[in-house]
Design a protein. Structure first.
Length: 295
């Protein structure tokens, strides 16, 4: 369900809370239960087995019918503790259109926070670049939501991309089973990204990675001699995009395929959106994907 909210309109709204509400309400009328599953003793439903689940929770009757492993999920598991984790490195400040990648991620995160707290779940926020700068623990009351919105409103891109150091610290920080939603352009060594994230699911956390890219990063449309500047290092490179764009596209596709394949191999749910996509449509696609994931 989507009403195709224009980025230019979102930027005109005065507060992040208004943006979040506007985006979320484009979908929320069709949302009847949480698609973001985070233990009471009351049985609620089944979900597919993932490495690290207790074998005693396997439902052997379902296995006999489907030949697939499912575990029983209990009512308390639908009360989510969610950490939204946003990459605010300098590369996230890039834009070829209305929104930077960081703005797009912040609006998306704000809408998810609005939905989570509105349905009684807990949401928190972590921002990072070379280290993590700020941690707001998950809570489920309205004043807390406005606190997160204010922090999202004031995020600025800074520092170089790094996954190892911040996610090592984040792993030490999270003591209870949680849902982590990571917003990043993932413009780093794929092996390093995967290595930094792969342990979270094995510690019984549910990890979702939402990759945000600018459409200009997927294809080179410039003509003539162009100077590209690395936003994080200042390194400059002069080239002709019309000459290299075929090879660039090939390498970008290989990079994205390696990332997706590597993340999914470790039971990490992965989505990719570009900043020219309506945010409410991206939110709708994400939620529908999560519903399918939890069947």
């Amino acid at each position: 369900m989507s009403i195709n909210i224009e980025a230019a309109l979102l930027k005109k709204l005065q507060t992040m809370t208004l943006r979040a509400r506007y985006i979320a309400e484009g979908y929320v009328s069709g949302l009847h239960q949480s698609p973001l599953k985070g233990s009471s003793l009351e049985f609620a439903q089944h979900r597919q087995y993932v490495p690290g689940d207790e074998f005693r929770n396997l439902d052997w009757k379902v296995y006999g019918r489907t030949n697939r492993f499912y575990v029983k999920q209990y009512q308390e598991e639908t009360n989510i503790r969610c950490y939204n984790v946003i990459d605010r490195s300098k590369s996230m400040g890039f834009s070829s259109g209305e929104l930077t990648k960081l703005e797009y991620a912040s609006y998306f995160c704000a809408a998810l926070t609005y939905l989570l707290i509105s349905q009684g779940d807990s949401a928190g926020l972590i921002s990072y670049s070379r280290g993590y700068d700020d941690i707001i623990p998950p809570r489920n009351f309205r004043a807390h939501m406005h606190f997160i919105m204010d922090r999202l409103e004031n995020l600025n891109p800074s520092g170089k991309t790094d996954f190892e150091k911040p996610f090592y610290k984040i792993g030490k920080l999270i003591k209870k089973r949680s849902l982590l939603i990571v917003f990043s352009d993932l413009l780093d060594d794929p092996d390093k990204v995967i290595k930094s994230l792969k342990y979270f699911p094995y510690l019984k956390n549910d990890l979702i990675v939402i990759q945000i890219l600018d459409p200009a990063e997927l294809k080179l449309e410039e003509h003539g001699e162009v100077e590209f500047v690395d936003m994080e290092t200042g390194e400059r490179l002069k080239t002709r995009p019309d000459v290299i764009k075929k090879e660039y596209k090939k390498k970008m596709e290989a990079f994205l395929e390696k990332l997706e394949r590597g993340l999914k191999a470790h039971s990490i749910d992965y989505y990719r959106f570009t900043t020219d996509m309506y945010i409410d449509r991206a939110l709708s696609r994400f939620i529908e994907g999560r519903k399918r994931f939890n069947l």
